[in-house]
Design a protein around this ligand. Sequence first.
Ligand code: NOJ
Length: 581
Amino acid sequence: MERQWWQESVVYQIYPRSFMDSNGDGIGDLQGMTSKLDYLKELGVDVIWLSPVYDSPNDDNGYDIRDYRAILPEFGKMEDWEVFLAEAHARGIKLIMDLVVNHSSDEHAWFVESSSSRDNPKRDYYIWKPGKDGKEPNNWVSVFGGSAWKRDERTDEYFLHLFSQKQPDLNWSNPELRREVYDMMTWWLDKGIDGFRMDVINFISKDEAYPDAPGGADARYQWGGQFFMDGPRIHEFLQEMNREVLAKYDCMTVGEMPGVQPDEAALYTAPERGEVNMVFQFEHMDLDSGNGKWDVRPWHLKALKEVTYKWQRALMGRGWNSLYLNNHDQPRVVSRFGNDGEFRVASAKMLATFLHMQQGTPYIYQGEEIGMTNVRFPSIDDYRDIETLNYYREAMEGGADESVVLRSIHAKGRDNARTPFQWDAGLQAGFTTGEPWIAVNPNYPDVNAAAALADQDSIFHYYRRLIALRKKHDIIVYGDFDMLDWDHPEVMAYVRTLEGRRLLVALNFYGGEPEWSPPADAVGCEAELLIGNYAEAPETEGAPEAATGAETAADTGTERRLRPLEPVIRLRPYEDRVYLL
Ligand code: NOJ
């Protein structure tokens, strides 16, 4: 495969509502984001993925777009966005925008027209069906609960909404609609952006027969997903989009694809097929779910190894992986797969190593780099997310015990990721001078960026070093992947190989002190400890130039750190080690 800049990049996701408020209205905004670009520069990221800032009635925090070419006033003006882009570019940081075109808002002009009469020219921009025996056209269930269909009184037909009732699905079978989307994408690319993150893009092609979901034991098939995930025309649509728009620009694309399996992902991302560069898959995010996301189950290291191996191997040489453990829809990783108490710092670093040493493009979600944790709000009144509120209502109506429901929300709710960014130990964590739209996590006096920046041993500086290492060692980006020690109950270990070199990664996922043995043929080899969360701080660490993103001491202390690899290594709680051989 030809090497590409987006394979060598690290992406940072900004959720604008919660990042930085510049005007005291309690809502993050574009000027706030611009004021924090130096922070991102220091971290060393290459690309920002900006969650939606478009005009929206905010039923789903901007994932319901009313005008694809306008900025939501709460976030600022188009000029503010232009300044943000220019300032990011001035720092060598690229910008990809969220593309939400499986659905729009019901307040989008297209839907206003489409719903006005059955013969409106835009009727076919959305998916309208007559009822069946006075009921919904089929039994599909919305991702946010309830039927996926809503009856429109005026024209006495139902429209499809796979998400909220205010997010009607666009009809991709209509070539005029597709043309509108391509023109809009071109418009943004011409404004200078560097690509798109595509929201639930594998949902855009539906089975045109709209059959009932058969039900059965597998939760995935009870809601109709098999009839719209990776649907019949999906590859055709993505190839057309690529031909008509993306191929004309040097841009990057990542498609969010719930339910996608590796063989399909290989088709989506194979460079010669011209679809997208990489996909967000969900298998590792489902490891702690039983029957749906709210049914919280313990996750198992063996299963995490299996999923990691499966995706790493399946796309090797065929396509490309995106690597993520957090985003605005997921609980905080340190609370989920790490330890957000005594070992918060060590486990957050270990999880970062786990991710950043794999093959693929790593994504960091705001706050991950300072080890932000889940929040446990005491009352449902503290929550804002539509999915969480719908779940609570449905569960309570079904007679559930409130404490059990809240426990699921504490573990899985999307607002875990959406509390304001914790900038410092001041009022409202330095996020706003006003009242934030959602409360700040009470742990901000301990967990905040100012403290992290000041401490060379912090999670922030650890991420900065991981990113710097990726820039220095091809093997981290391009090396082949293999899993080691499948049966070790506490340690995940894997190896990357490139041109005769080896990168050994050992990760203690728990609070014990297990022994780990490197592969026999590596024992005794001269190995450089590239990074480790218990490693003694290298001598030059903490020097002011480290803060500029220049080469870090962890990169330069090669000779000092060369040692023969021991046959047995005792790992401390949540310890990670990365050796280059
Ligand atoms: C996925 C987005 O990440 C999520 O936040 C949103 O609610 C749904 N797609 C619908 O747009």
